[in-house]
Design a binder for this molecule. Structure first.
Ligand SMILES: [Zn+2]
Ligand SMILES: [Zn+2]
Length: 285
């Protein structure tokens, strides 16, 4: 099996969970929203597979210069998972703090619903913004590129299961792992929840680096982004933030301002003039 297809291979399991949740907890679903999520997942898988195809030669070229030659054994595999999860934390934190990365990541946050299909809601532009840059340290240290891609895939597969409202807290697991409760906080825009809980698998990174927030009451959670995305058209959802960024970039007069639009926090220096915009920018904090 090609390792980049790991998420596709797991799709029958995802499907069973979605069907169960849909039947038992119909109130968490809007059919149009879930269909958009599924379309976005397929588009994302396609762009991801294509980018792996294009990037693999570069990864293997880089691998020749790696610092160590790492043989896979239970210990090194364990280290690889911890390291990749640590890198994921920083990728995810950057995705919320740097407009360039947020332009892709906003897709994942733009639904007002929270169910297993929300995990599918991903951007086709992750390869363009450079999500893969964050995994390069693994290759430089000495992990084999295909193994690295598999570790990334397993981390993302785990995250499917934390997109749900059907479970509350999970006892001692809450201390160590990213759980549905922690990830609901990440998707909610209630006071004190924005830009919190960036973890992939281990919640310890948020606790270590000061971005952890505990869920207060799951029934009070409001999901989505500041401002609304009312579209259920996968392409419109995929490009909405790029449009805003472009408008802001063009409106900015100085180079410093333009750079701030692209690489600064995605709060807004210039209001979008596009009246048809589906999405109102997040206000300054
Ligand atoms: Zn996020
Ligand atoms: Zn999520």
């Amino acid at each position: 099996m090609r390792v980049e297809l790991i998420l596709l291979a797991l799709s029958p399991i995802f499907f069973v969970f979605i069907v169960f949740e849909f039947i038992k907890f119909r109130r968490y679903y809007e059919v149009k929203d879930s269909l958009a999520n599924t379309m976005l997942a397929l588009m994302h898988q396609l762009s991801d597979a294509l980018s792996v195809l294009l990037l693999l030669p570069f990864f293997y070229w880089l691998h020749q210069y790696s610092l160590f030659s790492i043989d896979l054994n239970p210990f090194t595999i364990f280290i690889a998972f911890i390291l990749q999860d640590f890198l994921y934390y920083w990728f995810h934190r950057a995705s919320h703090h740097i407009h360039w990365f947020w332009a892709a990541h906003v897709v994942h946050h733009s639904s007002k619903n929270m169910n297993f299909t929300t995990a599918f809601r991903q951007s086709i532009f992750y390869p363009v913004v450079g999500m893969w840059l964050f995994w390069l340290p693994m290759i430089i240290i000495g992990f084999e590129p295909r193994f690295m891609i598999m570790v990334v895939g397993i981390n993302l597969a785990y995250q499917f299961f934390i997109h749900t409202q059907i479970v509350g807290r999970l006892g001692w697991l809450e201390y160590l792992f990213n759980t549905p409760s922690h990830h609901r906080v990440h998707h909610a825009i209630n006071k004190g929840y924005i830009d919190k809980n960036f973890a992939g698998v281990l919640i310890v990174w948020d606790k270590l680096f000061g971005t952890f927030a505990q869920e207060r009451d799951k029934d009070q959670n409001q999901y989505g982004i500041m401002g609304d995305c009312d579209s259920t058209n996968p392409w419109t959802i995929s490009v909405m933030q790029w449009r805003i960024m472009l408008t802001q970039f063009n409106s900015a007069t100085h180079l410093k301002e333009k750079l701030k639009v692209v690489f600064g926090y995605p709060s807004h220096l210039v209001k979008t003039k596009n009246k048809k915009s589906m999405y109102k920018p997040r206000p300054d904090r």
